[in-house]
Design a protein around this ligand. Sequence first.
Ligand code: SOE
Length: 389
Amino acid sequence: MMAEIGVGLVGYKFMGRTHSNAYRQLPRFFDVDPAPRMTAICGRDEAGVRDAANTLGWESYETDYRRLIDRDDIGLVDVSTPGNTHRDVVIAALEAGKHVICEKPLANTLDEAKEMLAAARDAGTVNTVCFNYRRAPAVQLAKKLIDEGRLGTIRHWRSTYLQDFIMDPQFPLIWRLQKELAGSGALGDIAAHSVDLARFLVGDVSEVVGMMETFIKERPLEEAGAGGGLSASGGVETGEVTVDDAAAFLARFENGAIGTFEATRFAAGRRNQNGFEINGSKGSVAFDMERMNELDVFFVDDDADVQGFRTVNVTEPGHPYVGAWWPPGHIIGYEHTFVHTMKDLMDGIKAGKSPAPTFEDAYRVQAVLDAVERSAEGGGWTRPEVGGI
Ligand code: SOE
């Protein structure tokens, strides 16, 4: 009989729902051993978490993460809460000998990330961080082309992560706009994904120079019960926005490539445009999450008379993860990136090896974000602090 691992999920809003869906779908489409058992979900508001347990299909619920972690029937703790809670929940879970998956970014500060990395090493259990876009099949295909040398020497990384959900000045001061809860704004919430993708596809960043801007400095406080979601509504009183609305930076990579990163929540009409282009000596690839089943590729060795970018439909059974889903041409979506993340996590638990991006990878992402913040405060070119980890 297939083994099971009891999952305890902390958080039941947007990310809690994506993770719940992933655990439910995973064993139905992929052959995994252990298979996740949706043992308990945790949140502080009893009515909310009870509803979530019923709707999302969890066997039980807890209202205190410490009780969740104490349970013997839970082997994997999934932390899908706002950043200000990551450190405490993750460290408690690791100290209790659990495997841990944590939502991105790993922490709100580099110091917290360092403590979490140390705790993960001490625990020796499996750890990973949910930078889910790595698990889009087209991104995995880009990685394969790069690893096979088909783009040659990589020269350029160019990424944009564009959203527009807070453009309205009346949009309320949700947790994502408060430094003490979220750590940073567009930088940690969405540029973090681009940094993870850049590290995955190009390599480590050696230095950055950046800027950050907050266009709307004061916003209505959230109405009670609005829930902090992306479609929350505001009341009459206002409060200060303490994070960046937009961040942009230049980067040098250790392998000699150079990069540009732009992340904003003020790009009118761009709902969740997470895109990158990579140019190498032998070709280029371009990806846009809003067309996630496609990868644009260009190869300099193609015959001159037919040279040009072409679009690969990444829906063939031989493409990464795709064979588990539908016949060729039948596309997949955002939620599948989470199923793939959990698949690799289950394989990692079986093998006793943390799947990338590990806490160490996420620490290195955090170090880049931290360097951008220091640079934006007037530091000029700034190196991520990765010495001694
Ligand atoms: C909101 O900006 C958000 O949900 C991010 O928190 C996610 O990480 C990103 O995938 C989509 O946008």
